[in-house]
Design a protein around this ligand. Structure first.
Ligand SMILES: C[S@@+](CC[C@H](N)C(=O)[O-])C[C@H]1O[C@@H](n2cnc3c(N)ncnc32)[C@H](O)[C@@H]1O
Length: 265
């Protein structure tokens, strides 16, 4: 019992220090899951307590970088959950693009870039007469560096239709390089969904496979901010395990499974 108490207190102190050092508030992430991951990493590096681990993180930048990388789960791929991307192409974009020449899209928590580049490829291929601006953000500066490079293993392209893979990538030594015309459509920027100011007047916000890591309170705050960030009739596209139970609470209505549209006031 005492041990549990000490562990909780040590953990609470640890996350308070991490917030000061990295600006990331781990209280807003689901605790059991996060604590398990951090204990496993801490033990792997040979530390038996959180104070000792923090002291080491504070002095050693390599250890700190490894820690920051572990906080965020960066798995991604092109056209992740392809059936949803079909709905985006066949239903959502035609609706959003009716009588319009331009569109502004935000890929929030974009990881290594597969998601915003998938959007750019879809726009170029199927809606080439539309001017598209894509803002792609993530909390993790390392994934953003990789995203800007736009170089991928074949595995991350497995859901992309082969014709598009051939057309928009150059293959060299088993690596796939995104076409410069696709890269050009995307601007990458560091952004913390739980702390930073949100952009405004977005036509489409794509935020997939990150909200599952947040506590319910944090998630609700993010939904509220997304709703404000959407322009008139804007659409929010979430991940396949991230169904919203009460979209009306945030001024949103179900457009299709995993797509929510801002309601006109
Ligand atoms: C599993 S990836 C999702 C990538 C992509 N959206 C997809 O669905 O394939 C989750 C991403 O969320 C980012 N992330 C975690 N917490 C965040 C936060 N508070 N603000 C912004 N991004 C965050 C991580 O760095 C990671 O790149």
């Amino acid at each position: 019992m005492k041990e549990d108490y000490d562990l909780s207190k040590e953990y609470i102190d640890f996350i308070a220090r991490i917030k000061l050092k990295l600006g990331i508030d781990l209280n807003l992430y689901k605790q059991a899951q996060m604590k398990r991951r951090l204990i496993s990493l801490r033990n792997k590096r040979g530390f038996t307590s959180f104070p000792a681990y923090y002291q080491a993180l504070d002095k050693d930048n390599v250890l700190l970088k490894e820690f920051a990388d572990r906080l965020t789960i960066n798995v991604s791929e092109f056209y992740r959950n392809p059936k949803r991307w079909e709905v985006l192409k066949d239903t959502v974009f035609p609706l959003l693009l009716k009588n319009r020449q331009k569109i502004t899209i935000w890929s929030a928590a974009c990881s290594t870039g597969e998601e915003p580049y998938s959007i750019a490829i879809m726009m170029k291929e199927f809606f080439s007469n539309i001017a598209v601006t894509i803002l792609a953000t993530d909390i993790d500066a390392n994934v953003l560096d990789k995203a800007k490079q736009g170089i991928y293993q074949e595995q991350s392209l497995k859901e992309l239709p082969p014709r598009l893979k051939k057309k928009y990538f150059k293959e060299e030594n088993e690596l796939f390089y995104v076409d410069p015309t696709i890269k050009q459509c995307v601007t990458f920027k560091k952004h913390n969904l739980l702390a930073d100011r949100y952009p405004k007047n977005m036509d489409l916000i794509v935020c997939r496979n990150v909200l599952i890591y947040f506590t319910d309170e944090a998630k609700e705050r993010v939904y509220q901010k997304f709703s404000h960030a959407l322009g008139r009739n804007g659409v929010l596209f979430v991940g396949s395990t991230e169904l919203m139970f009460n979209p009306h609470k945030f001024g949103l209505a179900i457009l299709d499974t995993f797509f929510y549209q801002k309601m006109i006031k």
